[in-house]
Design a protein around this ligand. Structure first.
Ligand code: AMP
Length: 360
């Protein structure tokens, strides 16, 4: 078992090798750590900037053993890592942060909503259904329009259907694969906001200013941060973050998506137990960004300051938009972050830019 705080030269293992793993690895390297990536695909964005790369399925015992042998602590960059993989790592005596509970709660929308409500964090009303007939009943109970979401494994708006009439729920259930679903009341929100926060090994908490998020076709398009919000709203978001972090005895950075309602209240939509796309603005807008903050937390270092140093407009570069790199490079206010992905498919996140205005 490693002793914390981990000294520079220690190895941080990451389950998942996409862009979040890449930016975590870059931040870890800055602090003198080496990173070991486990990902099913060779040559991914993270593996190409990491000291060690293990190619294997997340449930491959040999791959997990190789990671556990190398790493002093292990974290994950996406929430659909099988819980069994984390259990196996824990049984090998290596620490995994954020813990198993955070992963299990975030992987199941039903668990997530009941965890949130049980910890005093309001959400939209919802029901769950495991069969098509029950889905129709549920839609009737929750009221239409409502949003049907698969209980597990949805992301970027995938695995979701709007239901305008309860009877449509039967077919929608089948269309979503015949798997358990959650039906949510339609949130009549004025804005989508998010809060990125961190909890350290000693229980200390640091919260970033809120981001205002704009989605297109379920995919994040841009974040404006710090969002213009009242001190009351910022306080509400901070209390939500603290309740979730403490409720999960969490270690690391979390991303919490919020709906700002007409009455000024906040509802939590969902949280991701990892660094978050809506926190990319912190790379050029805060004293210590979310990636370094996560590495600090899991390594047992003190958390860094989260104060803003600039106003940022973060734009995701989807599909072939990253081909505009020359134009972005010529703009003095634009910081470019490209993920080194080989194939640009429509809607695929290839990079992002942060357009920066210093705070005065
Ligand atoms: P999610 O996969 O839960 O993050 O949902 C993706 C997007 O769908 C959110 O960012 C919202 O724009 C929208 N959305 C999700 N849940 C609801 C809801 N209950 N009511 C209205 N819009 C929603």
């Amino acid at each position: 078992m490693a002793a914390f705080p981990l000294p520079p030269g220690s190895v941080i293992g990451i389950l998942g090798g996409g862009q979040l793993g890449r930016m975590l690895a870059q931040a870890a390297a800055r602090l003198g750590f080496d990173v070991a990536i486990l990902d099913p695909e060779p040559d991914g964005p993270a593996a190409r900037v990491a000291a060690h790369s293990i190619v294997g399925a997340y449930d491959d015992p040999d791959a997990l053993k190789a990671l556990a042998d190398l790493a002093d602590v292990i974290t994950y960059e996406f929430e659909n890592v099988p819980a069994g993989a984390v259990e196996r790592l824990l049984s090998m005596g290596v620490e995994v942060a954020p813990g198993l509970q955070a992963l299990q709660v975030a992987q199941d929308r039903g668990n997530e909503k009941s965890f949130l409500n049980g910890h005093g964090v309001p959400t939209v009303g919802y029901t769950v259904a495991i069969g098509p007939g029950e889905a129709v009943e549920s839609a009737r109970r929750v009221g239409v329009p409502c949003l049907m979401k698969t209980m597990r494994e949805g992301y970027d708006g995938k695995g979701q259907r709007w239901i305008e009439h309860p009877d449509e729920a039967f077919q929608a259930f089948q269309d979503l694969g015949g798997v358990p679903v959650i039906l949510e009341e339609a949130a009549d929100f004025v804005r989508e906001l998010s809060v990125i926060a961190a909890r350290g090994r000693g229980g200390e908490i640091a919260v970033y200013p809120l981001g205002e998020n704009h989605h297109e076709k379920g995919i994040l398009r841009r974040t404006l941060a710090p969002a213009q919000v009242s001190p009351q709203l910022a306080g509400q978001a901070e209390r939500i973050a603290i309740r979730i972090l403490e409720g999960l005895t969490y270690v690391g950075v979390i991303g919490i998506e919020l709906f700002e309602m007409r009455d000024g209240g906040l509802l939590a939509n969902e949280f991701a137990p990892r660094v978050h796309n809506t926190g990319h603005w912190t790379q050029d807008g805060c004293e210590v960004d979310q990636f370094e903050q996560h590495i600090r937390a899991v390594a047992g270092w003190p958390l860094g300051p989260t104060a803003p140093i600039a106003r940022v407009e973060m734009l995701n570069l989807l599909g072939d938009e990253a081909e505009g790199w020359k134009r972005f490079a010529a703009e003095p206010e634009t910081r470019i972050h490209l993920y080194g992905k080989h194939k640009a498919k429509p809607g695929r996140k290839m990079g992002h830019v942060n357009k920066v205005k210093p705070l005065r």
